[in-house]
Design a protein around this ligand. Structure first.
Ligand code: FES
Length: 147
């Protein structure tokens, strides 16, 4: 497995929280979150709310998890952890983009063809959810990126 795509030890991913990571390919970067389902499966979703794409679900200290959902703290949308489907809130019916990951030998790797590298943490020190930073977001074939 390519070490540049290792995100975290799988033991560090719990059901009660998310772990944010940054994926990159060339000059493109995006953020994802990892979380664990009740059946022990680890899943990865985009870290951006479909309601307002500049709002992170996890600003670095874990997204709010409630009743098997990830909660957007901006306007309260909830996303099923098992599917990424928004079952409540202003973007009800939307679905979080997923990342392909592989868990092997106790580690979680990003194995998504759209991205070349991954590391734990936010992309830079920007916290876009505060509204104090301006970024440019675009989506091509369902792959959301920032510059
Ligand atoms: S920005 Fe997430 S629910 Fe509005």
């Amino acid at each position: 497995m390519d070490n540049s795509c290792r995100i975290a030890a799988s033991d560090n991913i719990s059901e009660d929280e998310t772990l944010v990571f940054t994926a990159s390919a060339g000059f493109d970067t995006t953020e994802g979150i990892l979380t664990r389902l009740s059946d022990d499966t680890i899943v990865a979703y985009t870290n951006y709310c479909p309601h307002w794409r500049d709002v992170r679900l996890d600003s670095g200290s874990g997204a709010l998890i409630r009743d098997e959902t990830v909660v957007c703290q901006k306007h309260g949308a909830t996303f099923e952890k098992s599917s990424g489907h928004c079952d409540f809130g202003p973007c009800e019916g939307a679905v979080l983009d997923t990342f392909e990951i592989t868990v092997t030998d106790g580690d979680v790797y990003l194995t998504d063809d759209a991205w070349d590298e991954a590391e734990q943490g936010l992309s830079g020190d920007r916290d876009l959810s505060s509204g104090s930073q301006i970024g440019f977001w675009y989506s091509i074939d369902g792959k959301t990126s920032s510059v």
